[in-house]
Design a protein around this ligand. Structure first.
Ligand code: ITT
Length: 202
């Protein structure tokens, strides 16, 4: 069975490929299939937005053999900012604003917030639309705290300010394998893979 990953984010695509690893599925990106998502992400939850993206690409894939279309909607939820940027994580301060600027602004907004109240989590909802139209979702999270400065060069997006107290490192200071083993995306994709393995007897 082919899995088409409905994301335009190359960093996410790379992580999803690594997390799925060698499997009974043939994994391709939407780009490799010449497809792109033009649906508005107007859902109110991560899961709704993941389903919107998966349905959009599934509706455009016309091959007889069919494919599972998998989409990831994710973001950073900061408790002291009432959950911001949340489902608006990619759009926060504008899609074209650099993450260096976005991260600096989030740190600035937390200036007076003490360490115990800087709790945050990355959330990832993964949705799959199967060739027969069935829809499945899975979710994963990772808990951490917003740091006082950017740290680390790995990962992408908000990783440099997402600090893991137990490891004394940001997720941008983890290796790819270390991040995937504990991340929101790792947890969500592994939960989804279990469901797909059951359905397809892989
Ligand atoms: P697609 O919709 O095409 O998949 P996107 O980047 O627009 O790509 P989202 O709407 O799901 O994806 O936005 C997720 C944003 O949340 C992403 O751009 C990052 O800013 C942030 N984010 C998600 N996972 C992250 C991670 O593992 N590390 C750092 N930031 C992350």
């Amino acid at each position: 069975m082919k899995i088409i990953v409905a994301t335009g984010n190359a960093d996410k695509m790379k992580e999803i490929r690594e997390i799925l690893g060698p499997s009974g599925f043939d994994i391709c990106s939407q780009k490799e299939e010449g497809l792109s998502c033009d649906a508005e992400e107007n859902g109110t939850t991560f899961a709704e937005n993941a389903l919107i993206k998966a349905r959009n690409i599934s509706g455009k894939y016309k091959h007889e053999d069919g494919a599972v279309v998998l989409a990831d909607d994710s973001g950073l939820v900061i408790d002291a900012l009432n959950g911001e940027p949340g489902i608006y994580s990619a759009r926060y301060m504008g899609e074209d604003t650099s993450y260096h600027v976005k991260n600096a602004e989030l740190i600035r907004r937390l200036t007076d917030v003490p360490v115990e109240k800087r709790t945050a989590r990355f959330v990832c909802a993964v949705a799959a639309v199967l060739p027969d139209g069935r829809e499945i979702t899975a979710e994963g999270t990772i808990e951490g705290k917003i740091g006082y400065e950017e740290r680390g060069e790995n990962g992408f997006g908000y990783d440099p300010i997402f600090y893991l107290p137990d490891l004394s490192r940001s997720t941008a200071e983890l290796s790819r394998e270390e991040k995937n083993a504990i991340s929101h995306r790792g947890n969500a994709i592994r939960a989804m893979k279990e469901k797909l393995d059951k359905i397809y007897g892989v």
